[in-house]
Design a protein around this ligand. Structure first.
Ligand code: ARG
Length: 628
């Protein structure tokens, strides 16, 4: 358990575990039962398949086990206790003291019915009053009932980390959006998150750029200073071609990498102008895209310049390096290529230059030693998985990464697009019309155009700054949600129409739901604060109110496994579910025209929905709008 907070799942697990211990007292090692929400709510709120797991051990049918356990729980329910037993509390949304936590409730206060279904499933339905009490506890809570971790860690999250020779492109967008959400959630859970932007400002690309600038600008660096960013990109594109065509230029470019690494003043001066330009561009983009990275998180490859020779020297002192054609390499057990030949980690190239691996090793030393990280999470494309496995193994072997520090590489898939070819559609890597990489900046511009149009179609009276603001937020919601709703390793297909659809599992749909609730409070004249102080005290009068309530109170359970799974996609799914239930509720349950007590209950439920949507979205890096 992460914290002092007890969720419904955990409370039910405790009750079931007690029942199992009661029914099968001397049956070997302690049994931990599993509890999950019921897919089909007509069976109940939660279910357990414990009977199937125990059947083998107990040599009897699952059905028999389930019945025995259910009976034992019913006996627990009949026991007197502070919160529940006896009197008809069903359906009161108030009356329970709001201080009553799930952990303090007896089985009788918590459970309405426990039933066995099919071959031995155990279905549990909770008491309305228990659910309502939980909602009341969290109505005024900005954390919506989510507790902080009982074991906060210092966690380095290395994400975004673009290569700065070019403008940021969609590949980097994945790292940026996924990493930013992880950093936000871990911070919300009480961890001490240290964001690290390990951008590439140092390698071969910069050799090309510096060589090109020297060639084309000579001493005229001022001109470069004032030139637009496209100039840099254009220089880089031409330089890359030249590198292929001209051996002389290729040698120049390689020499420039070493010049930078050894601190040659002239090359460094050129590079600084370059950096100033591209970095400003990068931070601008983070602001526009609502990414929680700023200059204080910059820790680029060049930061490790002085450490690189030390990394190599220490590895060499530990006898971990061999010379391979003049390159310094470490060979580790268990790493082979497809032909079965051992794979090296090259830490110094034959031209004496250092590389990506050397820098990552220096990074680990810094993060463990200086930053005192207890965990390191690095978000890059999944193609780098092997690289990080080897780096981890080498760092462990060198004693730079103790067992107590976990180094995790989170690899993501590629973004695809669907194209038509000869009447058939197929999926290929997402690119511009001429096959180039798609820039984030261009996506944002396109998204804004589309969002503006959509907003005006619905709401022609919106204009000016308000329209700009809404279009910007819709764009961010569309892009980030599409990115986060599946597991990072999966590829996904980029499609504006789908991403901006007002129906279906999209960020825009969830924003609509939020706007709906916001409009409700605008119209109702209800004072939200008053509602929080004395929420509804009416009977739940509709099955959809109950469905909403169950979904609302399960919010904290979303975070129970987050540190393990880094599962921002679960947050998306929760928000989507909540929004679909709310829109059914909205259709079937009149709010403002209902009798006062019913109205207050429905308003309290609505407020709780809005709070969870807003909080959940903020953890994805998405801001809400009040109308659209
Ligand atoms: N710049 C790299 C890239 O674009 C990502 C760096 C990730 N972080 C790291 N420590 N290697 O692929």
């Amino acid at each position: 358990m992460r914290s002092g907070h007890v969720s419904f799942t955990e409370a039910i697990k405790n009750i079931l575990n007690n029942a199992v211990a009661d029914c099968f007292p001397d049956s070997g090692p302690a049994f931990e039962c599993q509890v999950t929400p019921c897919q089909d709510k007509k069976f109940g709120d939660y279910q357990s398949n414990l009977a199937f797991l125990l059947a083998k051990r107990e040599r009897t049918s699952p059905r028999n086990i389930a019945e025995a356990v259910a009976e034992s729980v019913q006996a627990q329910m009949a026991l007197p206790g502070p919160a529940g037993s006896g009197q008809a509390r069903r359906g009161r949304i108030s009356n329970l003291s709001p201080g009553e936590s799930v952990g303090a409730m007896t089985a009788g206060a918590l459970i309405e019915t426990i039933e066995v279904a099919g071959a031995g499933f155990i279905n549990i339905r909770l008491r309305d009053a228990a659910l309502a009490a939980q909602l009341e506890r969290t109505l005024a809570d900005p954390r919506c009932g989510v507790a902080r971790s009982a074991h906060p860690q210092r966690i380095v999250v290395d994400y975004s980390s673009p290569n700065l020779a070019k403008d940021l492109h969609v590949g980097t967008m994945r790292s940026t959006v996924i990493g930013d959400s992880i950093a936000r959630v871990l911070e919300f859970l009480g961890h001490d998150v240290v964001r690290q932007n390990h951008f590439g400002d140092w390698g071969a690309n910069f050799g090309v750029l510096v060589a090109m600038i020297k060639r084309e600008y000579g001493a005229g660096l001022d001109t470069l200073q004032d030139a637009p960013l496209e100039t840099v990109e254009e220089l880089y594109a031409r330089g890359s071609r030249l590198k292929k065509d001209s051996e002389e230029f290729a040698a120049n470019a390689a020499a420039e990498v070493n010049n930078l690494q050894s601190g040659d003043p002239e090359s460094v001066a050129v590079w600084e102008v370059l950096m100033d330009k591209t970095l400003r561009n990068c931070h601008d983009l983070y602001r526009t895209f609502n990414v929680s990275l700023d200059a204080s998180h910059d820790c680029p490859e060049s930061f490790y310049r002085d450490d690189l020779p030390r990394v190599v020297a220490e590895l060499s002192d530990m006898n971990l390096l061999v010379d391979d054609d003049n390159a310094k390499c470490a060979y580790l057990d268990g790493f082979h290529n497809i032909d079965g030949d051992p794979l090296p980690v090259i830490v110094q190239k034959s031209d004496a230059g250092y590389n990506y691996s050397t820098t990552d090793l220096a990074g680990i030393r810094h993060r463990v030693g200086r930053l005192q990280a207890q965990q390191i999470i690095i978000v890059t494309d999944r193609g780098q998985e092997l690289h990080f496995r080897m780096i981890r193994a080498l760092a462990q072997k060198a004693g730079w990464l103790p067992d107590s520090v976990q180094l995790r590489h989170l690899g993501y898939g590629v973004i695809l697009q669907e194209i038509k070819e000869g009447g058939r559609s197929k999926k290929v890597r997402f690119s511009t019309r001429d096959g180039g990489t798609v820039k984030i900046r261009e996506l944002l511009a396109e998204g804004r155009r589309r969002s503006e149009k959509l907003t005006l179609e619905r709401n022609p009276d919106i204009g000016g700054d308000e329209l700009d603001g809404i279009a910007a937020k819709l764009t961010i919601a569309a892009l980030k949600y599409a990115e986060l709703k599946q597991r990072p390793v999966s590829d996904y297909t980029f499609n504006w129409d789908q991403m901006l659809a007002s129906q279906g599992n999209t960020g825009v749909y969830i924003l609509y739901c939020y706007v709906r609730v916001a409009s409700l409070f605008g119209k109702s004249g209800v004072d939200k604060d008053a509602l929080v102080r004395s929420p509804g005290s009416s009977t739940l009068s509709h099955e959809l109110e109950r469905e909403l309530l169950v979904q609302l109170v399960s919010f904290p359970e979303l975070f129970a496994g987050y540190e393990e799974e880094l599962s921002s996609h679960d947050i998306c799914h929760y928000l989507y579910e909540l929004s679909t239930i709310y829109s059914r509720f909205w259709k079937d349950c009149p709010i403002l025209t209902a009798a006062e007590d019913v109205r207050n209950t429905r308003l309290a439920l609505s407020l709780a929905v809005a709070n969870r949507l807003k909080l959940g979205l903020s953890l994805l890096g998405i801001e809400v709008v009040e109308r659209m």
